[in-house]
Design a protein around this ligand. Structure first.
Ligand SMILES: C[C@@]1(CC(=O)O)C2=NC(=C\c3[nH]c(c(CCC(=O)O)c3CC(=O)O)Cc3[nH]c(c(CC(=O)O)c3CCC(=O)O)/C=C3\N/C(=C\2)[C@@H](CCC(=O)O)[C@]3(C)CC(=O)O)/[C@H]1CCC(=O)O
Ligand SMILES: NC(=O)c1ccc[n+]([C@@H]2O[C@H](COP(=O)([O-])OP(=O)(O)OC[C@H]3O[C@@H](n4cnc5c(N)ncnc54)[C@H](O)[C@@H]3O)[C@@H](O)[C@H]2O)c1
Length: 221
């Protein structure tokens, strides 16, 4: 195992989640915050995933939620809000991997997860198996988001609870205005690239600006 935290632009990739239960819903929610496009394939799909896909309304009671479900064995593909979540209510098939950039196996059924994992690896599609870190090509970190800033904490699978605790500590220590600071820096960066042609001067300008904004923060908070 040798993990490296690349920060991928998820908006460019097509993801697939096999399984539509609690863990699938959690992974989906995190990926959607990064603007991901995902297909979810499972015979039973949780209400919150259907809501995210735009194929169900938020309902109050469990009875109402069950009433929303398609009869078992029905197969239907419903295209949701453009480019975000598509739900396919049936069991996994190999061809689900067609044109997919990464896949998450979250069925809780060992044979199905193993099949997804094996077939993804055959196609060199990165795979996450939620209850089998040894077979994962990528694992999920505990995430802090503040606007453009993202922190991912991983213990390499050793202790997810530790990742959660560290994430909470990082959340507490972050300056409140970090989002605004990064918005200013992003704007100034674009402007500086156009208006300060000398790279040495540009670099100094951007470094001084960043240091100044952060210093102001330290004193202001
Ligand atoms: C960080 C987070 C992100 C997320 O889920 O997106 C995440 N797990 C979280 C929480 C959490 N998960 C579990 C507990 C109970 C305590 C415990 O078991 O330790 C808690 C703690 C809690 O809930 O407080 C149970 C658990 N998790 C895994 C297994 C299987 C195994 O280890 O074999 C089992 C046992 C299942 C069982 O026994 O039945 C596996 C994985 N979980 C990972 C990620 C990956 C490695 C991350 C790392 O580097 O540490 C990895 C390898 C695969 C993956 O999922 O990618 C998310 C926190 C989100 C947040 O709040 O910030
Ligand atoms: N990674 C983590 O952080 C973590 C934490 C806790 C649990 N887990 C593990 O995650 C697994 C899933 O948990 P859950 O609570 O989401 O389970 P769940 O029972 O709520 O959901 C299982 C889903 O798999 C679907 N499914 C079953 N057979 C399928 C098939 N052939 N093709 C496609 N989909 C199929 C079901 O329809 C359902 O949507 C469990 O094994 C659990 O131990 C992982």
């Amino acid at each position: 195992m040798g993990y490296f935290p690349f920060f991928m632009d998820m908006e460019r990739l097509q993801g697939l989640i096999i399984g539509g239960g609690n863990i699938a819903a959690e992974k989906l929610e995190k990926l959607l915050l990064a603007g991901a496009s995902l297909k979810v394939v499972a015979p039973e799909i949780k209400q919150e995933i259907l809501v995210a896909a735009g194929v169900a309304e938020i309902k109050g009671t469990a009875e109402q939620q069950n009433a929303d479900r398609e009869p078992e064995g029905s197969e239907c593909t419903e295209q949701e809000k453009p480019g975000r979540v598509e739900v396919i209510r049936r069991e996994y098939r190999t061809e689900d991997l067609d044109e997919v950039d990464y896949v998450i196996a979250a069925t809780g059924i060992r044979e199905i997860n193993d099949k997804v994992c094996r077939e993804a690896k055959q196609r060199r599609i990165p795979v996450n198996v939620v209850d089998d870190p040894e077979n994962c090509d990528f694992i999920f970190p505990s995430v802090v988001r503040r606007g453009r800033m993202v922190v991912g904490v991983s213990t390499g699978g050793a202790g997810p609870r530790v990742a959660v605790r560290l994430r909470k500590q990082i959340e507490e220590m972050l300056p409140g205005d970090i989002e605004e600071i990064l918005d200013i820096l992003a704007r100034e960066r674009i402007r500086a690239k156009k208006e300060i042609p000398d790279p040495v001067q540009r670099r100094k300008y951007l470094m001084d600006l960043a240091d100044g904004l952060l210093a102001g923060l330290k004193h202001g908070k």
